[in-house]
Write a protein that binds this ligand. Sequence first.
Ligand SMILES: Cc1ncc(COP(=O)(O)O)c(C=O)c1O
Length: 396
Amino acid sequence: LTTLRFAKRFENLSGSAVREILKLTQQKDIISFGGGMPSADSFPVDELAKLAADTFADHGEQMLQYGTSEGYQPLREWIAGWLKAKGWNVTVDNILIISGSQQGLDLTSKAFLDPGDQVVIESPSYLSAFQIFNSYQASYLAVPSDDQGMKMDELEKVLVNNNPKLIYSIPTFQNPTGITMTLERRKQLIELANKYDVIIIEDDPYGYLRYSGEPVPSLKALDTEGRVIYLGSFSKIVAPGLRVGFAVADPAILGKMVIGKQATDVHTSNLSQQIVYRYCSQGMLEPHIEKICAMYKAKRDAMLAAMDRHFPKEVTWTRPEGGLFIWCTLPEGLVSAELLKEAVAKKVAFIPGAPFYLGGQGQNMMRLNFSNAEMDLIDEGIKRIGEVLTDAVKNI
Ligand SMILES: Cc1ncc(COP(=O)(O)O)c(C=O)c1O
């Protein structure tokens, strides 16, 4: 084939840069802090196997038939009740089951974005979201963040001068920084979105994984005009391979997303939805979240302590209260992508920061994942990265 006439929407899209880097890190014996995966040890394999068998035994034929695009009704009802108990003003009509929050990003983009439409992103942000917005030919307005999340004065400057349709935020235990937006900023964000008539996508796959500090209300819980589309996911609190997540939004918005979902995959796997429903309704979710929070807290603490021990004082990093990631800032002039090569030679890996930005920044940043690291290798891995950093700092 010499001329493949692909659609324009893919013109500026390459495979994820991080996926290429991750290939490097899959070599034998490497200690990888690279990916963003939950720990396989956290998966409740035996419980889920039993629930799958129960599903086949009790509802085999119904489960194997087509289902509704909105999702399995008992699961939608369970989620609505769970969120109501947290103080959210929702009913089952506000819940759409999606095949992971990744699909929620795709369906919201499909519902709202025409080519050239503007999307506000916090900078840095989740790079797979960029790929989705790119595939709808969006244009970007990047708003910088600090240790309190997206900067609201900068956001307002952007909103005064432009007309974006969407603001994309990961306000809690952000990917890649681990930072949580403060309550004050959250309230300002809702006010600004109301004032400038913009829809907010609140992407929250990590919010349930809190290891310290006080919970902060979600943007959706603060939403006064129904303009927040909340994306939740069972990926990080049960298992990502099930591909079950949920969108919480105004029924008028969900209606459009349902039409998009009909075209995309008709509905989320019935078997996965049944398993998740049974897991949740039989009271297993909350104790499981507690268990994985204890596991990840120990790993986070071990990684932070190892960084305190082994990293040179010129390097700084976030101390996240939850989630999966720590974000490091190296002195200006150091290029983390170059240092990764030296780290891989020492059989340890991280993700360089630049792919999490759109404009070429972040060269001196790096992201470390602690959830999928083996507890007894954290200190050794961080020590080796520390050696690379110490050498690099000396040679600036
Ligand atoms: C910020 C963010 N959004 C969405 C996703 C996709 O998650 P899911 O498995 O629910 O599709 C991820 C996965 O790592 C993520 O980090």
